[in-house]
Design a protein around this ligand. Structure first.
Ligand SMILES: [Zn+2]
Length: 161
């Protein structure tokens, strides 16, 4: 599929036609992710393939990748978080079919309605967020380290990656 991305996806129809779509959302286009973000920078690219499995169930497989700026919980400065996740979904009209779900597949509750593509991608991006965002090497010294008592204590702040 080329051209503009569909806003809404009829998962059953897409699966029947074995549609494949890929694209990019900026973080600013994803409201819930934007609420978690420290700055508007970043984007989430995605690739999705729709298909029917051997039992005729509508499935979505794919991946997301990208980055979002979060707030480091130690120094409260922005920290880039690389997003990556794989997508394995099965469309369910309602929760009554939840017990049929294969172990490695998440439910996509459609209630028989089209789903927003942005929601589908955003749900996966939110799942790929860390519980606590921290710089891998945070500039704020931790309390248990012996500090450089003789140096300028602010020098470390200027050594910005
Ligand atoms: Zn930090």
């Amino acid at each position: 599929m080329s051209g503009a991305l569909p806003k809404l996806i009829d998962v059953e129809r897409f699966a029947a036609k074995r549609e494949r779509i890929e694209g990019v959302f900026t973080v600013t286009a994803l409201d819930r992710l934007m609420q978690m973000a420290a700055t508007p920078d970043g984007e989430v690219s995605f690739a999705l393939a729709f298909f029917r499995d051997d039992q005729g169930r509508s499935r979505v497989t794919g991946a997301i990748q990208g980055s979002v700026m979060l707030t480091c919980q130690r120094c409260l400065q922005p920290v880039r978080h690389e997003l990556a996740g794989s997508i394995e979904l099965m469309a369910l009209a309602d929760e009554s079919a939840l017990s049929d779900l294969p172990g490695d597949v998440e439910p996509l509750l459609t209630e028989g309605q089209p789903v927003r593509l942005a929601d589908l991608v955003e749900d996966e991006a939110l799942l790929a967020l860390p519980i606590v965002a921290l710089h891998p090497q945070c500039l704020l010294p931790s309390h248990d380290k012996s500090g450089n008592e003789d140096g300028n204590p602010f020098a470390v702040l200027k050594r910005k990656e």
